[in-house]
Design a protein around this ligand. Sequence first.
Ligand code: G3D
Ligand code: MG
Length: 251
Amino acid sequence: MAETKEESPRIVESDDDDDDDDGDEDDFEQLQYKVVILGDGAVGKTSVTMRFCEDYFARQYKQTLGVDFFIKRVVLPGDVHVALQIWDIGGQAIGSKMIGNYIYGAQAVVLCYDITNYQSFQNLEDWLDLVKKAFDNDSPPYIAIVGNKTDLQHLRTVKLEKHNAFADAGNMYSYFMSAKTGDRVNDTFYRIAADLAGIMLTKSELESSARVVQADIINHPQSGGDTTFKQPKGGPQGECKTIGGKGCTIS
Ligand code: G3D
Ligand code: MG
């Protein structure tokens, strides 16, 4: 299911934050993938995104309106640089006509549920249907199912067997994490990045996934940047607000 490096969208950009740096010798090739996080409200989509992109967990988030997106760069073995463009889809977007457009063009879709909320797990069927519809006749993206809130094991209502059966039936990748404690968050996204890039990881490489580094947003929808990354159909439109210089909200 993982794409080969050759087929992947690529952009070339400097890893130096300094805008006026035109030194070509600092440029490197970088893969960029769109990763869409879907799931019911309150399963922890924003928390997971913030934990991965900012290493931060807030006790309270306001409901995501529209779509927030962030870019995080990870460095894989072989000095392969991957920028993950994470789309955190807000509850409101779910019933909107735009949802298919948000999903379309994703190289990976993360279906997120709360292990203490059985309904949120059951509703993944509907989320999966939306993904299938969005891709229609196109080849489907990498799909992962994530059980979040593993710090609340004692309140778990979704049995492991149910999770595994659903993942197997849909030929999906399977992960668990806690945005609250940060457990398995980085290594899950690191694995996804490696799978998309077609890179096999050893156990020790997975364990060293702490090498995740911060990246600013690139391929900004209004930047008109000349990159070879194909903007997804119906991609971000409308007003774009920068959050702490790293994320972007489409409203
Ligand atoms: P959403 O983006 O899917 O709607 P949020 O979900 O990220 O806004 O999170 C919804 C609630 O779940 C938040 O609590 C958040 O703190 C909590 N949460 C998210 N991830 C975890 C986790 O891993 N463990 C625990 N225990 N809680 C988590 P509030 O209180 O604001 O509703
Ligand atoms: Mg949210």
